[in-house]
Design a protein around this ligand. Sequence first.
Ligand code: SAM
Length: 267
Amino acid sequence: MNNRDQTTGFAKRSLGQNFLVDQDFIDKIIKAVDPQPGETIIEIGPGRGALTQRLVNSGVKVIAIELDRELVPQLREQFKDSPNFRVIEDNATKVDFARIGLGGSEVRIEFKVVANLPYYISTAILQHLASQRSCFSSLILMFQREVVGRITAEPGTRERGFLTVLVESAFSVRKLFDVPPNAFRPIPKVVSSVVELTPKPPLVTDNSEFRDLISQGFMQKRKTILNNLKGKYSNILDVLKKSEIDPQRRAESLTLDEWIRLFGFIN
Ligand code: SAM
């Protein structure tokens, strides 16, 4: 059965398809990306090509990654006369960006990334982009505003969680602007926001161990850091003392520097 929803103009809700139609916001996003001659830009989820068209017109090399197998041939048709466009049918949360970066030669390319992303992949894609951040020079990403609130949440605020610390450890984050629901078709129920992420050099030696620590630390947000961590790290009380972190604090109150200090004493 065709799972395209007739009431939303053939958009697939299951793939979070809300297509940008407002030219002013398309302009603002392209301005934030700032395509420069000679650059290669990866667009995740090009959809019907609203941003793609503008990127291709600017003359940069565009590599689009689209999961919807019905949209891929449409994109190939739309850009068949543009040698600077390529589309890869794949799940962006699984793509090996380092391999794309080699591009058949030994010289690695650093990409800019642009994406208007569905809510359901926000955590998975941010984790994946963070783990491959050495492939990117900058990322302009649009998420549901709530997700941007979480990834920019300051220590001591309720929104601060696993995703905040993970993103903060990998990127400098700058919120750029909100995008209202009526900029999309079909019109979503929520406001979106655009952020700029700039990759940071590695702050810790073992990223997956660090991810485990913050994931465990935020396991139950109402519990103290000691209670969340004691099941996994038997010497945690000693480690917290050495790190000069009060064991009765909650994970959301810790700064990135404190997480890194804590991690240093665990290893
Ligand atoms: N960029 C277009 C725009 O702004 O109009 C489309 C944005 S729409 C919110 C999200 C797009 O991401 C859709 O085209 C959808 O099919 C695609 N998508 C969803 N999940 C994906 C995934 N895991 N990997 C790659 N593309 C995905």
